[in-house]
Design a protein around this ligand. Structure first.
Ligand code: SAM
Length: 213
């Protein structure tokens, strides 16, 4: 599935599962390139990569381009409607011929085995849609699954949280958005993080690369 069909599938899932899908369209090529940039840096040995909230695989394509023989990619996607789309990505990238192993898990990432460790985690989760305690839980989960020296890369939509905060009438929803911001800011203050704006996305986004020592 390419192009229009992929967009139609994504949009239909956005309408049915707004809370967990969190976007009207798959991420752009510019965002996929920016979020996978740490994978382009030279590294020694084989890599283990985790992608969370893979959707139709916009980031998966970019991740697979950077991987080589002996590397492994685990994908977690909650929504089974995206399964067949994701299962096509390894063949499209000729991953088996290139010696890359890929495992597609149609599951909530919070159900993953506790002992697995990764060099890179790429997350597409819509953190601004979740309760503050859930956001804290996801960030803690990611850090606990990174090897020392590993990198977590995730994105948020630019200005969206502030815009929503000003538009919503519901005081409880405003409080939730404020508390999510506090949780994320506290997390970022504890780690070395770099932010890269990506204007070429709908809506424009900000990628964060967080390095864990
Ligand atoms: C904003 S979309 C991003 C999709 C894709 N990475 C992209 O950038 O086009 C978020 C995705 O996260 C998935 N998701 C939400 N909660 C999840 C969870 N707890 N575990 C795994 N996937 C989840 C949704 O089903 C959705 O496909």
């Amino acid at each position: 599935m390419r192009g229009g069909n992929e967009y139609r599938l994504f949009y239909s899932q956005f309408r049915q599962h707004f809370h967990t899908t969190g976007a009207i369209a798959p991420s752009s090529l510019a965002l996929a390139r920016a979020i996978t940039a740490p994978l382009a840096v030279a590294h020694s040995g084989t890599l283990r990569v985790l992608e969370v909230g893979a959707g139709t695989g916009a980031f998966t394509r970019a991740i697979l381009r950077h991987l080589g023989c002996g590397d492994h990619l685990d994908l977690f996607e909650l929504n089974p409607a995206f399964k067949s789309c994701l299962e096509r990505r390894p063949a499209e990238a000729r991953a088996p011929e290139r010696g890359i192993s890929v495992c597609v898990h149609v599951s909530d990432v919070r159900a993953m085995p506790s002992g697995d460790r990764y060099d890179f985690i790429v997350s597409g989760l819509p953190l601004n849609n979740f309760a503050p305690a859930e956001v804290e839980g996801f960030l803690h989960l990611f850090i606990s699954h990174l090897r020392p020296g590993g990198t977590l890369s995730y994105f948020e939509y630019l200005y969206l949280r502030d815009l929503k905060r000003h538009l919503v009438q519901d005081a409880g929803e405003r409080r939730r958005l404020d508390q999510v911001k506090i949780v994320v800011d506290r997390f970022l203050s504890r780690h070395h993080a770099i932010a890269t704006p990506v204007p070429l996305n709908l809506p424009p986004a900000l990628v964060r690369h967080v390095r864990v020592d």
